[in-house]
Ligand binder design. Structure first.
Ligand code: UDP
Length: 165
């Protein structure tokens, strides 16, 4: 390509983020949102909800046989949650990296700058949720935002190349 403008594409991905009841109750919302925005995410949509038992059962269906399932339902229905569609390049992996490991106590040691380390309680009350794959992101976004289904957008931008590129 010669010097000048050329067309480049940027793929924006979407993922689902949730601030869980312990995050909202402990007033971490503003801190978490600042981390989200400082990390280059756009919050495309957000809604505050009180989840009921059926919703949590469906949302976390993959964990229905786990010993912690009933406790997880009690936790997730213990107060309101803030559900967000987060958008940026590589949003799914970047949001998972930002929240840190499931067990907030381990996060404190291995990922001290993660959100779960910041809120730190334990392997259940870990403050935030993040979709674990692009497929999960699509399913989870559709679960809360009925009008949404696509999770990847491609933007065409003009890029200036001062030398050949
Ligand atoms: N959880 C729990 N006990 C465990 C593992 C998980 O209570 O031993 C809860 C915790 O709130 C976690 C959620 O169940 O965030 C979903 O578990 P998953 O393994 O999908 O972890 P995540 O993807 O949230 O890191």
């Amino acid at each position: 390509v010669k010097q000048g403008f050329r067309c480049a594409s940027i793929e924006k991905e979407q993922t689902l983020g949730i601030i869980k009841p312990d995050g909202l109750l402990s007033n971490y919302t503003d801190k978490i949102k600042n981390v989200i925005l400082d990390s280059g995410f756009v919050i495309r949509n957000e809604v505050s909800l009180q989840l009921d038992e059926d919703s949590v059962r469906t949302f976390y269906a993959e964990h229905s046989s786990k010993s912690f399932f009933n406790s997880l339902i009690t936790y997730m229905t213990s107060g309101p949650v803030l559900v967000m569609i987060l958008e940026k390049e590589n949003a799914v992996a970047d949001w998972r990296a930002l929240i840190g490991p499931t067990d907030a106590r381990k996060a404190k040691i291995t990922h001290p700058h993660s959100i779960r380390a910041m809120c730190r309680t334990n392997s259940e009350k870990n403050c935030v949720h993040g979709s674990d794959s692009p497929q999960s992101a699509q399913r989870e976004i559709s679960f809360f935002f009925k009008e949404k289904s696509a999770a990847v957008y491609v933007f065409l931008v003009l890029k200036y190349c001062p030398i050949s590129c």
